[in-house]
Design a protein. Sequence first.
Length: 569
Amino acid sequence: MDERYEEETKEKAPLNFLERIIEDDLNNGRVPDNTIVTRFPPEPNGYLHIGHIKSICLNFGLAQKYQGRCHLRLDDTNPEKEDVEYSDSIKRDIRWLGFEWEPYEYHASDYYGQLYEIALQLIKDGKAYVDSLTGEQMKEYRGTLTEPGKNSPDRERSIEENLRLFEEMHAGKHPEGSYVLRAKIDMASPNINMRDPVLYRIKFASHPRTGDTWCIYPMYDFTHPISDAIEGITHSICTLEFEDHRPAYDWATSIDGIEHAPHQYEFARLNINYLVMSKRRLLQLVKLGIVDGWDDPRMPTISGIRRRGYTPESMKDFVSRIGVAKVEGVVDYSLLEFCVREDLNKRAKRLMVVLDPLKLVIDNYPENQVEYFEAVDNPEDPNSAVHQIPFSRELYIEREDFMEVPPKGYHRLYPGNEIRLKYAYYVTATEVVKDEEGNIVEVHCTYDPTSRGGATADNRKVKGTSHWVSASEGVTIEARLYDKLFLTEYPGQKTGNYLDDLNPDSLKVVTDAKAEPEILKAQVGDYLQFIRNGYFCLDNKTGKSELPTFNRTVTLKDSWAKLKQKMGV
Ligand code: ATP
Ligand code: MG
């Protein structure tokens, strides 16, 4: 594991409530073999998102901290929604974060045989029955939060009859929806999840792993606790919405014959403003074509943020900063970006790239001459490598770095003003060339040959510094500038439809950005800073564009925070 993460989590001295529970259990001999066993149990029905990172870091992190182990369990109990594409992406994403589960990879479907046997045993013990109520009727019989439920007329069916029907369900003799198997617990329980929960339903669906072997599938509240018990999970950690399911969890793990009794603990899920993080909505964004797949860099999926250029270390830092609690809250998006910037600042290679090019011609510089300036790849790194940047008579600078008629306080280039070209020379603008419509197409200037490297003989000071790219030696790239996918903090809060709050300008594609040639060395997975323009990375999808394509990971500063401040909100 990344050392820094380990150190930072160690530094955060006060234990979180889960660590306190675990240490207490370890100190009091309540943990078999003194080995903590956790699990991360995603359902392979979508790609993992930033919320899952919290759960992954928690489960794998606790196992590491207490020298136990963390299982990966693909919770594949909904054959219709699941897909191997999702399982593969889940594994890729966990490994990207730097965690490993091998050899402890399991699937809930591994336990279908055992679950079936347990169900048969429950029937034989008079603790489960086959019910023929329709879905509608079941709802009626279930009661409400304030009223107890009613027993189903099938509740007293004989054991023999139940066995026969359940075996027939298993053999495919009954259509979907005709019967379910239910636990016989208590229809008057104050907890609705304990009012004879459904254990099995009929589904004539092919399962990605078990194919057509089964036409009855176990429900989550039955499968999950028993899977935990079979695997010897000691601390089963889940999000708060499962708190009400804990009695059902405890019921399942105390079924006769189940030897190991794990415990469930709930923590608050991660919510971040401006993001939607439910798999259902993310799937909808993909299906409606609003984004370019699950790994679109605007998606809060792990594959999306990876493609966008977020680092795994910054994400671990982020979840360690927000901590683990039992109270739901919303984390500010700017904290996420703050963590990304912090990490990238330490590791990104600096390059000069002009996103909105304006030609700058140095009239007194020799034609056809190319000279090189040395640049430190990363000034934050004392051992940084260096690279060479070619300089020539014709350059590009950012259009916003020149104004013909500057407002007061503008220190960049304007006619008569002298600025520094980063790493290179001092130049003074002399003349502006316009097209027929009056747009500036070229700026002419002269340079001071004695200012090589950025200092003059007379120690003249200038206020502005611009980055630049040689017109003859530079390369054209595509830059994809991403912004938030949603404009409001809580998408859909006003209208009830989160799609109403989509940001129409969440992607701006620049197809004629100019970059110093060093950029051609960039590999997928390299972290870059385009000086003054933000952090970028090479897009990991080839063939989208003819040009090398770079995704903007994050701007250098939080422009939204500034904007909010300005507007006084
Ligand atoms: P979603 O609600 O986003 O569709 P899910 O809970 O259905 O997600 P699972 O695949 O069941 O997704 O989740 C696997 C694990 O990740 C579960 O233990 C779940 O509690 C946890 N998890 C999911 N979303 C979050 C979140 N936002 N914050 C923390 N943990 C989460
Ligand atoms: Mg789920």
